[in-house]
Design a protein. Sequence first.
Length: 363
Amino acid sequence: MDSTSTRFSELDATLERLVARGVLTPAQSAEVRTAIASESKPGATPEERILIDRPTISRSTISGRLGEVAGYLGAVLVAASLVTLVAQRWEELSGPARVGLMAGLGVIAFGLGLGVALRAGVRALREHAHAARRRVTGALLALGAVLLGVAASQLVTDDAWPGLVGSAVAFALLVVAHYLAPSAITEIGTFGALLVVVGTGTNLMVPEDVRQWTGEGPPPSRWQDYLTPIGMALTGLVWAAAVAHRVTLTAMATVLGLATALIATITLAGQEMTRAGGITVLAILAVIGVVGFLVWSEWPWVGLTVGAITAGVFIIVLDSGAPAFAFLVAGIVLLAGAWVATSLGRRGPNGGRGRPTGDPRVV
């Protein structure tokens, strides 16, 4: 082997070590290879081409992924068997037995995840080299949080409060889980639990006579119909604007928050008694999407504007009694909005990808 081949082999090994230690991500390593390719002479040797084109997957990465897959498969099999056994005996179990079963399983799952996280170290667990262990740990912690939330809801005797208590317990534990082992599972679980907290909490704010109205007699005041959709929309916007840039997967968190805000508002506009207010909120969302893109230069905010305008136009035209025309107009608006979003994305800072946020070692 000549000196050039030796030099590139050593550089290849160095890049793999840096990725394994978490100093570089696979994407950053690929950028180094691309830079070498752009600076190399036209008559590159085969060893140079192999270095440039070879994906950055080390043996430790492969073994970690295999272990992660095996862990997921084992967990699925164990969970499936437990669910089957519990479902067969659920009706026969007393209330305390159900609480004890859910709490016991939750403590076991959360305790296993907590033990792994503390043994590995919170800072070390965030490194790319421990990505597989972090995701498995996050799954265990998230499962334990959900089970403990269910157990807590079973302890509440008042029929109106179990959902709020259980979701609040799950949300608090999921926040801890995401701090210890940040992953997509813990991030989605935290946001989902927060939505349940907001949904059940706003529902409890509705007076009893409104919740129990059967349609007979004069309808009570309907301002309460706005509570849950508006609460969900505000939660989604706050999550996308304030929380998404402080968690690991910023893009996913932004999309989840804005999609929740849009769906909640469409639900509001789709009801006859709240249609005018819902369309007004859709218009506000369209403006918020433009402002969000100007602030963060991220494409999901443009998507919010396009979605809000398309939904608003569709509902207005459909309400006029022309469903076919409504689909046509909404399609035209959607195509025009997609073209504008694409143009803005290309011209925006960083190619429309937004600012890099989060810990680059956590992937």
